[in-house]
Design a protein around this ligand. Structure first.
Ligand code: FMN
Length: 306
């Protein structure tokens, strides 16, 4: 759908709609990402990639629970050197920006992976400082404002593309962490990654996931994510990308009213397929028309107005 109302500028990226594929949800083959874009996504975020290949955890890695999924996949990925080929192939066919999600076990590693992703053609970097189920990376970095700031500074010093920082809700005050990221140079904040969670099989009496603990996603976490976006909007002046439980255009509008300039969709794409983008994008456009807004930008943060 090509509507002027839906276009947004996000930290220097031009998006045809304020929707994005969230990290880690689909395979990252060029064809898959192209399909997502053709359904209306304004940008795509890749699975998180690190310096070296990782096989991830043994099955089961995902469990369905009421209103969501709990996953502990363990960041499986082929490593950045192999992954640069996927980025190049995707860039050759994609007409929307490609954001490479990166993780590392040190600031140096984040920097090297980000540099290689940008060299391969990534239009922006999203720092995964929020994965809840792998030790010494992800949330263990994103929970500590000083360590996080060091990662952001290193990456910003090394790449000339926008850097998004994806935050964890598993902290006492997410807006404080967002502020630390922005002071260190973050161009946008993505909120949120999954919420720490667990499920136990009452027949076997054991935790279901091989990793025992995982991260909850889907509609169950939407109210948490909306609150996080609302809090962050009050604290920082960079664009916020809302993420967590979006399954309809109404959810997307709610995130934008809370302060998100765009939303990412994850679990709903995994469960319903890429056509979810089509219905969300059409729904936002119809809402704007009905309410008399000329641009989607006009509704960003409206819930803060008294
Ligand atoms: C199976 C699965 C794998 C995920 N892998 C990643 C990942 O590699 N990197 C990352 O930053 N987030 C990852 N996430 C988190 C999502 O990108 C998103 O932040 C979260 O699921 C909340 O959004 P949703 O409710 O729309 O799924 C993953 C989520 C799921 C369900």
């Amino acid at each position: 759908m090509n509507s002027e109302r839906l276009k947004v500028e996000l930290a220097g990226l031009s998006l045809v709609s304020p929707t994005m594929l969230a990290s880690g949800i689909l395979g990252y083959s060029a064809e898959t990402l192209k399909n997502v874009a053709e359904n209306g996504a304004g940008a795509v975020v890749t699975k998180s990639v690190g310096l070296k290949p990782r096989s991830g955890y043994a099955n089961p890695t995902v469990v369905h629970v009421a209103c969501g999924l709990i996953n502990a996949v363990g960041l499986p990925n082929p490593g950045i050197d192999e992954f640069t080929r996927d980025i190049k192939e995707a860039k050759a066919v994609l007409k929307v920006p490609l954001v490479a999600s990166v993780y590392g076990f040190s600031a140096e590693e984040y920097m090297v992976v980000a540099e290689k992703a940008v060299e391969a053609g990534a239009d922006a970097i999203e720092l995964n400082v929020s994965c809840p189920h792998v030790k010494e990376t992800g949330a263990e970095i994103g929970q500590n404002p000083n360590v996080l700031a060091e990662v952001v500074r290193k990456v910003k010093g090394a790449v000339d593309k926008p850097v998004f920082v994806k935050l964890s809700p598993n902290v006492a005050d997410i807006s404080e962490i967002a502020e630390a990221a922005v002071k260190a140079g973050a161009d946008a904040i993505t909120a949120i990654n999954t919420v720490k969670a667990m499920a136990i099989d009452i027949e076997t009496t054991r935790p279901i996931l091989s990793n025992k603990r995982g991260g909850l996603s889907g509609p169950a976490i939407k109210p948490i994510a909306v609150r996080c976006v609302y809090d962050i909007y009050e604290r920082v002046r960079v664009p916020i990308i809302g993420c967590g439980g979006v399954t309809s255009w109404q959810d997307a509008v709610e995130f934008m009213l809370a302060g998100a300039s765009a939303v990412q969709i994850g679990t709903a794409v995994a469960l319903k397929g890429p056509s979810i983008f089509r219905s969300v994008v059409r729904g936002i456009d119809a809402y704007l028309r009905k309410k008399g807004f000329r641009s989607v930008k006009e509704i960003v943060g409206l819930a803060h107005r008294s």
